[in-house]
Structures are given as structure tokens and as C-alpha cells.
Design a protein around this ligand. Structure first.
Ligand SMILES: [Zn+2]
Length: 685
């Protein structure tokens, strides 16, 4: 093993307490972090696994206003929910704190004060968006508008979710207050900026040169593109009433920007843990022999690789992260996971609906983790991995080893007879697994590690299948004790090696084998007798259960209902487009027409070919309405025609204009028809 550090501080991104945890969070951050930490503990390393709720920021205020409650009501609700569901899944934090805790307010405030005293900020009065009606400055999620980079109409004041650009509220085109819906004005206000440009050389040297080879390419690439674009000063304060008050004079009514205080939450949480455990927190953040690792999702790379390190650097004595193994995104059944659209598998719901199957979710999200690219979670894959990997490989192996030991030896580990070459080969290979699995974990390749864990079980299955103790008991009974002895050694090794991935099953397996704690991985590497001769194993029980089709269908139905509900909502309320001028509008030549003939376009489902009388002329127009109208029912209808749309060929037919339609929530198409009195060819304006 190559774990060299004296101690490890491992952080997992602080969940934002405006909603519950979903599988995307788990696959991206919490499960890999937990595997890593459980592995470190299995190597007897000194580890602090740190997390907590992120409870400041504009989204929480907005949610509170919407629900007519206080921000505290919101954070209390989700903090409890998130904490409980993590515990049930077996995410083994040493400490789970909250950024609303006094210890955090003090720690973050002190950071700011010290940096302020040392002149690490730039004070600047700038014009910010202000909502006169709500009497509030608008930053971050309090304002939406059109993204200046991609034209998407619903970008936020801090970020465009469409193109991923990081924005300032004042960059938005046609900004609109999410509080009152009004158009904000500009108003001067003072803020403190962290001059990131002054840290450019430091980031270049530390990451771009120093971690060229050991950081994941997605993380490295994102940092590089930020640095290449040129780092700019970034405001670390906000005009808000929810957050940590800025602890300097002249800053009344201002709070720390949530992305300034949240990462400091790792330090506050470590302090809280150390105080409880009677330890000193400082070595975990300041000793050079400590390795700091941040597990985060890819949307947080800039904060953990540029902004927080700049803060740590300014704090002088602090260590920097040794690695930031951010994952890509997990999609769900082909679509982007979305909290606002309820397109997710929620952890608390999963735990309710799949009691006792926490490890199945852990395993599937690991085996299919979005480590190098975005990946897709499907319920079908979930079922397959459970039934043909957990049940058929791990469950089957353990079951055979245990059942046969009970059957032949009343549950006692038999002594080995003569060790043949094939036995020795299996025992030798067994010793390689701690390094194989551990080597992958140390490289943050958790998918690979989980498959090696499975390979260890495959070794056992293959050995039993080759040696067939159920046959040898009749034709060569002297072989059977050796075979069963070795099979039980593999099962015992498995109970330790699978622990980081499948902690609940590992515990169950230890009960089955009647061992009270996991073996160290080093013992597995070095010793042949992991379960001593004569040891009595416990009762057989199933490690994993088959998941039936009906269970999967129920989940798919649930998602389908979500989709239908979303379609209704989004179709009834599409975002409004950007303003156009009157000159833009009068470019459209809209006229009254009447459909005088209609037929289906051959070999298409959706298209009708129409002849439309426009007074002086009859035009051919191809329209995608065949799923809503039969050709015969449209003949004679008055329609609105956009006549100066450049002609284009659709399935070989030239369409010379376009009919105006409206599509309702179910996808039904309705024609925008002028009154019967309107005459063909006359303009509409
Ligand atoms: Zn954009």
C-alpha cells in the first residue's frame, strides 16, 4: 500500500438544506467518500471524515418565502432529513455539523476578520441590482434573466444552468426579480472582493504544474480553463438578511457570501468533532503530514480548487487539498436529475421502499459511478446488478460455503488435508486482493475497486465449481475438508474486503461467519488461516434478495407520472422569450388563409400536406399536425399563415409558409384560427 500520510482529513461536500438527497449526490460524492474513508480505517489510519449541512444562501431564503415559513424552519427540516438518511445508508461521517451552528459563525467570521485586517480583500462600491418593491438587493438566485453567453432565458444571477457559465447578476440580459417579479434598478452598494487574480500564479504552480499527473482530468481541465480565462476579483459579501453577518464596521445588513462560508464549514465541523472526542483539531488542518481530500460534484470544482484554496492560503498555516476527486453527473433514465422537476430517486424514499437493501443502492451507484463521464442510472440496470451480481455471485458463493459447512461439519471449520496445486493457487491469489482493491481505491477508481471485490467472490465461486465438494463427498471425501476450509477463508476475506462498499452486508456476513470484527487487510495479505480450524460459524441467512420485475415496474411508473406532471407544468408555463422591437414584429407577414385541400405526406406520421388559399394565390404548406387532425377535418378551416417564412423542403415537399398552432399540455394541437369573417389574404397585425 502507498498510504503515506500520518493522518487524513476527508471532506464530503456540504449538502444544501433546501431539499433532500438524491442518487446523483450519492454517486457523485457521498458513496465514494465513504468507501475511501472505510478503506482508510481498515488500514488503521487516523481519519476525520467531515461533513455537515450548508444552511445559508439565497435559495433557502427563497424557499422559506415561498412556503411562508422562516429559513430556520427550512434548514431544520432538511438537516434532520438528510442526516437521518445518510445514517441509514451507512455513510460513516465522524462529524456532521451545520453551518448555522455558533462554532461555524465564529470560525467563518474570524477568517473574514483576519483576512480583512491583513488587507486581503478589496473594498469596492459597485452598482448592484435592486428591487425597489421588495427593498432588497438582488444577487444569485434572487434574480433571473437571459444568459449573456447562451441566450437561455432563465439563467440565475450566479450561474446559467444551461451552459454552466458562472455569472454576475449584473451580466444578465433583462433581469427580473424572483421576489416581486419587477424589473430591478441599479443601486450603489459596498462589498468586499477576494482578488483571485492575485492567486493566479499560486494556482498555476500548485495545480497546473504540481498536480498535472495525479488529479482527475475533468478536475484539472476545469481549473485550467478558469485560469486560462483569467481569474477575476469575486465578491465575498452580499446584501442579505440570511447568513453570517460580515464582522467589520460599516457592513450592517451584509452577510458573507455562502461560498465564502460553506467550505470553512469543514473546519468548523472538524473543531466540533475534536472538542467532542477530546482531540486537537489543528493537526487535521495544519500539519504537513495530514492529507486533505475533498469529495465533491463537478459543479463545485471552482470553489474547492480556486476560491477555498485561496482562503486557506491567505490563512497561511493551512494545508491544501492533496486531491479533489470530483465526479461527473449521474442522469436518471436518460434525463438530467433535477430537484425542481422532481426527476430523481430520493434517498429517503428509497430507504422506505427498499428496507434492508441499502447496500444494493450503494453497490449499483458505485459499479456505475460517473467517474470519468456522465452516466445513467436505470432501474433495469439496478435490478440486473442486484440479481446477477449481488445475488448470483456474492450471495450464491457465501450461501454454498455456509450451507455445506453446516451439512458436512456441523458448522465447524474443518482442517485442511493435503494442499494440491489448485488449492495453493487459490490461496496465493486470495492474498493479492487487498492490494488490487486497495490500489484502485487509492487512485479513486471506485468502480474498478468494486469489480475487483466481485472478482474475489468469483474466485471462490470458480473454486467450488471446479472442485465440486458435493460430488467429492462421495468419490473423494478426503478432499472435502480442504475445499471447505479454503472456501471459508475466502468468505472471511470477503467480509473485510467488501466492507467499504457493502457495510451492512459485511456485518451480516460477519454474523454468518460468527466473527466479531473485520479482519485487517494486512492480515489477509499475509496469513493463510483467517478463520481458524474448529471455529463454529453462525446460522445461514441470505445476504441479498432477488428484486422482482413488479418492483422495478412500480418505480418506472412513478417516474412516468412525474414526467407527465412535469410536461403539463412546463408546457403550460414556458419561459418568456426576450423582448423584440416593433421593427422586429412587423417583419412577420401574417395573413388569413383557408385550407382547401389536405393529404398525408407519405411515409410520415406527423405531416399533412395542405393547400391554403391566400386570396391571390394558393400555397402548399407542410404542417406537423397529422397526429391531431385527419385530412378531411381540416379542409375548410380558417388559419393564420406566416407567409414570408423562407420556403423549405420537408420530406421532399416544398413548404411555402407556416400555420400558427398552439400545443396544449397533453400535446394536442389547436389551430390559431381567425374569425369566420376574416378574408383570405388579408394581413394580420
Ligand atoms: Zn448560459
Amino acid at each position: 500500500m502507498t498510504l503515506k500520510a500520518k493522518r487524513y482529513t476527508v471532506t464530503a461536500a456540504l449538502p444544501y438544506t433546501n431539499g433532500p438527497i438524491h442518487i446523483g449526490h450519492l454517486a457523485g460524492v457521498y458513496i465514494p467518500a465513504d468507501i475511501y474513508v472505510r478503506y482508510l480505517r481498515a488500514q488503521n489510519k487516523d481519519v476525520a471524515f467531515i461533513c455537515g449541512s450548508d444552511e445559508h444562501g439565497v435559495a433557502i431564503s427563497i424557499r422559506a418565502k415561498k412556503e411562508g415559513v422562516t429559513p430556520k424552519d427550512i434548514i431544520d427540516k432538511y438537516d434532520t432529513m438528510i442526516k437521518t438518511s445518510f445514517q441509514q445508508l451507512g455513510i460513516s461521517f465522524d462529524n456532521y455539523s451545520r453551518t448555522s451552528a455558533p462554532i461555524h459563525h465564529e470560525t467563518a467570521g474570524d477568517f473574514f476578520k483576519q483576512m480583512h485586517q491583513e488587507g486581503k480583500f478589496i473594498e469596492q462600491t459597485t452598482e448592484q441590482l435592486y428591487d425597489e418593491e421588495a427593498q432588497q438587493y438582488l444577487a444569485d438566485r434572487f434574480v433571473t434573466g437571459t444568459c449573456p453567453k447562451c441566450d437561455q432565458p432563465e439563467a440565475y444571477g450566479d450561474q446559467c444552468e444551461n451552459c454552466g457559465s458562472s455569472l454576475n447578476a449584473t451580466d444578465l440580459i433583462q433581469p427580473k426579480s424572483t421576489l416581486s417579479g419587477s424589473i430591478p434598478a441599479l443601486k450603489a452598494t459596498k462589498h468586499w472582493f477576494l482578488p483571485l487574480d492575485q492567486y493566479e500564479d499560486f494556482i498555476k504552480e500548485w495545480i497546473l504544474e504540481g498536480h498535472k499527473n495525479d488529479w482527475k482530468s475533468n478536475v484539472y481541465g476545469q481549473v485550467k480553463s478558469w485560469v486560462d480565462d483569467g481569474l477575476k476579483p469575486r465578491a465575498v459579501t452580499r446584501d442579505l438578511d440570511w447568513g453570517i453577518p460580515v464582522p467589520v464596521e460599516g457592513a450592517e445588513g451584509k452577510v458573507l457570501y455562502v461560498w465564502f462560508d460553506a467550505p470553512i464549514g469543514y473546519i468548523s465541523s472538524t473543531k466540533e468533532w475534536a472538542a467532542r472526542e477530546g482531540k486537537d483539531w489543528e493537526p487535521y488542518w495544519k500539519d504537513k503530514e495530514t492529507e486533505l481530500v475533498h469529495f465533491i460534484g463537478k459543479d463545485n470544482i471552482v470553489f474547492h480548487c480556486i476560491i477555498f484554496p485561496a482562503i486557506l492560503k491567505a490563512g497561511k498555516e493551512y494545508i491544501l487539498p492533496e486531491n479533489v476527486p470530483a465526479n461527473e453527473f449521474l442522469n436518471l433514465e436518460g434525463d438530467k436529475i433535477s430537484t425542481s422537476k422532481n426527476w430523481a430517486v430520493w434517498l429517503h424514499e428509497y430507504l422506505d421502499e427498499f428496507p434492508g437493501q441499502e447496500d444494493v443502492l450503494r453497490y449499483v451507484l458505485t459499479a456505475n459511478a460517473p467517474e470519468t463521464k456522465d452516466n445513467d442510472f436505470t432501474w433495469k440496470d439496478f435490478q440486473t446488478r442486484n440479481n446477477s451480481e449481488l445475488v448470483a455471485i456474492i450471495g450464491n458463493f457465501v450461501n454454498r460455503a455456509v450451507v455445506l459447512t453446516h451439512k458436512y461439519y456441523e458448522g465447524n471449520v474443518p482442517d485442511c488435508g493435503e494442499i494440491l496445486a489448485q488449492d495453493q493457487a487459490v490461496l496465493d491469489e486470495l492474498k493479492l486482493f487487498p492490494k488490487r482493491v486497495g490500489g484502485s481505491i487509492e487512485k479513486y477508481r471506485f468502480r474498478e475497486a468494486s469489480q475487483e471485490m466481485l472478482n474475489l467472490t468469483r474466485l471462490g465461486n470458480k473454486y467450488l465449481a471446479d472442485e465440486e465438494p458435493w460430488k467429492r463427498i462421495k468419490d473423494a471425501p478426503e478432499r472435502v475438508p480442504t475445499i471447505m476450509h479454503i472456501a471459508l477463508q475466502i468468505a472471511t476475506a470477503l467480509s473485510s474486503i467488501c466492507e467499504p462498499f457493502l457495510p451492512h452486508s459485511a456485518e451480516k456476513l460477519r454474523t454468518i461467519l460468527n466473527i466479531d470484527r473485520p479482519l485487517s487487510w494486512q492480515v489477509i495479505e499475509e496469513e493463510s488461516s483467517l478463520l481458524p480450524v474448529g471455529h463454529t460459524i453462525g446460522k445461514q441467512q441470505l445476504l441479498f434478495e432477488k428484486i422482482e420485475d413488479t418492483t422495478i415496474e412500480a418505480q418506472l411508473t412513478k417516474l412516468k407520472q412525474t414526467k407527465v406532471a412535469n410536461e403539463k407544468e412546463t408546457k403550460s408555463l414556458p419561459p418568456q422569450k426576450r423582448l423584440i422591437t416593433f421593427e422586429d414584429f412587423i417583419k412577420l407577414d401574417l395573413r388569413v388563409g383557408t385550407i382547401i385541400a389536405a393529404k398525408k405526406v407519405k411515409k410520415t406520421k406527423k405531416l399533412l400536406q395542405l393547400q391554403v388559399d391566400l386570396g391571390e394565390e394558393v400555397r402548399t404548406i407542410v404542417s406537423g399536425i397529422a397526429e391531431s387532425f385527419n385530412p378531411e377535418e381540416v379542409v375548410g378551416k380558417k388559419v393564420t399563415v406566416l407567409t414570408n417564412l423562407a420556403p423549405r423542403k420537408i420530406r421532399g415537399v416544398e413548404s411555402q409558409g407556416m400555420l400558427l398552432m398552439s400545443e396544449d399540455a397533453e400535446g394536442n394541437i389547436v389551430m390559431v384560427s381567425p374569425d369566420q369573417g376574416a378574408k383570405n389574404g388579408f394581413p394580420i397585425a
